[in-house]
Design a protein around this ligand. Structure first.
Ligand SMILES: C[S@@+](CC[C@H](N)C(=O)[O-])C[C@H]1O[C@@H](n2cnc3c(N)ncnc32)[C@H](O)[C@@H]1O
Length: 280
């Protein structure tokens, strides 16, 4: 069901027809312990009404529902038809644009929105639209995982820097976004304050994974990150020796595969920023 006009194309290429469900499933399986810890820390109570804005494939719908119980209510919205269909297997979900949502003002106790505002061409408009749906005293929780992992090749900081620079160059070319556009995690405190939210707080959760890694972690790191986000996409952005070294470390059947090393330590951060709507 599409209830309002949907935007043509977001900053990072999102459309109603775009489908990256598998990538979202893998990230949520990978980061589930940290995401659930972030949700647990929100102090949700039974009976609360919660919106997951930009719910993707809906994993958080089930996690949020567990906090608010059967007298509570959790609904997700997402622009992508395919993501909404996947989310409906886990909860209630509607296809809509966060800037034009089919809910009355003051509906929600909490709005959870993870890795979404950095996809919007007008993040302030999105945050304003979401804040308008909060009841007095309700909270907006914006989550952002770091755009680049904070550590992947613990034993080779130079190669890691070269790879990160290649990823930035790739995104700059693909989406025409520069360093400022990619650093959304740095801006959420300001976004919440600019929209008049009070009691703004930020907490960062570290996602540490060391060898031996479990199958969900390997699917995300080797599949979603190494193969689908890096891999051959980066060939033209790196010199041949660095590219070959990276590919050896990223290849599960190569003896040099990073995840089999005893010194493998992956680190990524997830920052949750919250703000409260209060009557003036
Ligand atoms: C990086 S994904 C995050 C999904 C989910 N929150 C999660 O953490 O797995 C961004 C999501 O925002 C959705 N999205 C992008 N622009 C949107 C918009 N204007 N309105 C609603 N959803 C949007 C995309 O379809 C995608 O599902």
């Amino acid at each position: 069901m599409s209830v309002n006009p949907l935007p043509a194309r977001g900053l990072l290429g999102d459309t109603a027809a775009r489908d990256y469900s598998e990538k979202l499933r893998r990230f949520n399986a990978f980061a589930a312990p940290e995401l659930r810890a972030a949700i647990a820390g929100l102090g949700l109570r039974p009976g609360m009404r919660v919106l997951d804005a930009g719910c993707g494939t809906g994993e958080a719908l089930a996690w949020l529902a567990a906090e608010v119980g059967r007298h509570g209510n959790v609904v997700g919205v997402d622009l992508s038809r395919a993501h909404v269909e996947a989310a409906r297997a886990l909860g209630d979900a509607v296809q809509a644009d966060v800037a034009a949502l089919p809910f009355a003002a003051g509906t929600f106790d909490l709005i959870w929105s993870v890795n979404v505002v950095n996809h919007l061409r007008a993040p302030r408009d999105g945050v304003r639209a979401l804040a308008s749906l909060l009841r007095d005293g309700g909270r907006l929780a914006l989550g952002q995982s770091s755009f680049l992992p904070d550590m992947v090749f613990a034993w080779d900081a130079r190669l890691e820097r070269v790879v990160n620079e290649a990823v930035r160059a790739y995104y700059r070319d693909k989406y025409a976004v520069d360093e400022r556009g990619l650093a959304a995690v740095r801006a959420t405190v300001g976004l919440l304050r600019e929209e008049g939210l009070h009691d703004v707080r930020a907490q960062t959760f570290s996602i540490d994974r060391i060898s031996p890694v479990n199958p969900d972690d390997e699917r995300y790191i080797a599949g979603t990150l190494f193969r689908d986000s890096w891999g051959s996409r980066l060939a033209t952005y790196m010199d041949a020796d660095d590219y070959d070294a990276m590919m050896r470390l990223c290849d599960p059947v190569n003896a040099a595969f990073a995840l089999r090393r005893p010194d493998f330590h992956f680190l990524q951060t997830f920052t949750l920023t919250t703000g409260t709507l209060s009557a003036k």
